[in-house]
Design a protein around this ligand. Structure first.
Ligand code: SF4
Length: 457
């Protein structure tokens, strides 16, 4: 099989893994552009500061001895199989990178033979890139569940980020739909990575010669909707994972029915809105100081579809509102729907000099279409209607349905509509577009790149 065909197969096979914020074009409209489609394996990801970055996202092999019911690459699936050698991946990555088509590599793999054999190949690829090819870009490696502690430790010396996919929220679900995996095989490497990050960090404090270890930390992925757990169960697990393993991010991946299997639910569509609400709740827990128990409990085990979780919490706790923006603490401000961390900081800074009115709040970046129900400015309530749950809920839900309608007409779910008041949307999208356009102008054809890659072999 030639390199181009391998790249087509193994680039397409990698798109279901979302642990690097990419989604195979499902969520980032920029990735749907024909120029990108001409380059198999190139996906766009968001950096922490909101920039849109192209990554080469591929599998080393889509051969797998495991048979996870939800997976397109499961052993029993009848599909074309291919494997790269570590040298081939290193060559393609360098060819893309030197032409500034990608900023880094995301490399995962099916379980090829066994966990250690696969992990050795992934590690060898990263080592070749760093030591033989002088690759300075970003590397995200997938850790294979059950891989040995030594291989996991070494991988962290070459990769910027490692991820071990936990996939399912409970051991029972894992046994049901991914019977070849065990929770110990997943949590073991996660714990090993955490220990190594701490150990190297300590070493770095006493010796300037200590090697950098995993600067972008570790992440994991949870599939949503393939098994019956509710959002409360999922978010409680997320809270524990953040606490115990110091994870940078958990990626929630709406279950996409790609296989027919009686163990899986008969979904017509991936539960994208549920996934979106989980991301919002996760964001509130990680960045805004909410506890999972405030957002969900046994009487509300699922996040509401028509309301973002911050608005839903505010409506269940109207005794804390309306908040007077000219006097409220920062901690109170960040709990107001429509006021994000940045807006809250700006409010606190601005009101040292001036009194705030509704116009200045909008200029500061407050999402007034949400915030107006929950604030007063110098004692004036901004929303013309009654301050009561039913009225406010009706207004917010209606505006959400309008937005959803607009987004579906545009062919996307607005993942940037955080609904928690964080205000990246316009600026990020604009920046990302600028970035993307810059890349697109330089995009040659697949053949150009592969010819160049082969020339370098
Ligand atoms: S181990 Fe990974 S690649 Fe293999 S079947 Fe399971 S999810 Fe798919």
């Amino acid at each position: 099989m030639d390199l181009e065909e391998k790249l087509r197969i193994l680039g397409a096979a990698a798109r279901f893994d979302v642990t690097c914020s990419t989604s195979g074009g499902r969520r980032l409209r920029y990735a749907d552009r024909p120029e990108s489609a001409a380059l198999p394996g190139v996906y766009y990801t968001w950096s922490e500061d909101g920039r849109c970055l192209p990554l080469l996202k591929i599998l080393l092999s889509n051969r797998c001895v495991f048979d996870c019911a939800y997976c397109v690459n499961r052993a029993s699936a009848r599909r074309p199989r291919a494997s790269f050698t570590p040298d081939e991946v290193a060559d393609i990555t360098m060819a893309y990178y030197r032409r500034r088509l990608v900023r880094g590599l995301f490399l995962s793999s099916g379980v090829w033979g066994n966990a250690n054999h696969t992990m050795e190949k992934l590690l060898l690829t990263a080592r070749k890139l760093r030591e033989e090819r002088g690759f300075k870009g970003y590397i995200h490696l997938k850790v294979i569940p059950g891989a040995s502690a030594e291989l996991v430790r070494e991988a962290g010396l070459y990769a910027d980020r490692l991820s071990v996919n936990i996939e399912l929220p409970t051991p029972e679900s894992l046994r049901l739909v991914a019977p070849d995996k065990s929770l110990e095989d997943i949590l073991g490497p996660m714990a090993e990575i955490t220990r190594n990050m701490e150990a190297y960090c300590e070493e770095g404090k006493v010796s300037a010669k200590a090697p950098p270890y995993l600067p972008a930390g570790q992440t994991t992925q949870l599939i949503v909707g393939a098994t019956p757990e509710d959002d409360l169960r999922i978010m409680e697990l997320a809270e524990r994972l953040y606490r115990d393993f110091d994870l940078r991010r958990i990626y929630y991946s709406a279950f996409i029915p790609v296989n027919e299997d009686p163990r899986l639910p008969p979904l017509a569509e991936p539960p994208l809105l549920r996934e979106h609400r989980l991301y919002q709740a996760d964001w509130l827990v990680r960045r805004y100081g909410f506890r999972v128990g405030e957002l969900l409990d046994d009487s509300h085990p699922f996040l509401e579809e028509d309301l973002d979780p911050k608005s839903a919490w505010a409506l269940r706790n109207l005794q804390y509102f309306p908040v007077e923006v000219n006097t409220a603490d920062y901690e109170e401000l960040v709990r107001v729907p429509g006021i994000g961390l940045r807006s809250a900081r700006r409010i606190v800074a601005f009101r040292r000099q001036h009194s705030l009115d509704f116009q200045s709040l909008a200029r500061i970046g407050v999402a007034m279409r949400r915030a107006r129900y929950f604030i007063t400015c110098n004692g004036r309530y901004c929303f013309g209607g009654r301050f009561e749950e039913r009225t406010i809920r009706g207004h917010i839900a209606r505006s959400f349905r309008c937005e959803a309608g607009e987004n579906s007409r545009r062919g996307q779910l607005s993942l940037l509509d955080w609904g928690v008041g964080e205000d990246p949307p316009r600026s990020r999208a604009k920046e990302a577009l600028t970035e993307e356009e810059g890349c697109a102008q330089r995009l040659p054809t697949t053949e150009d790149v592969l010819i160049a890659a082969c020339g370098e072999i």
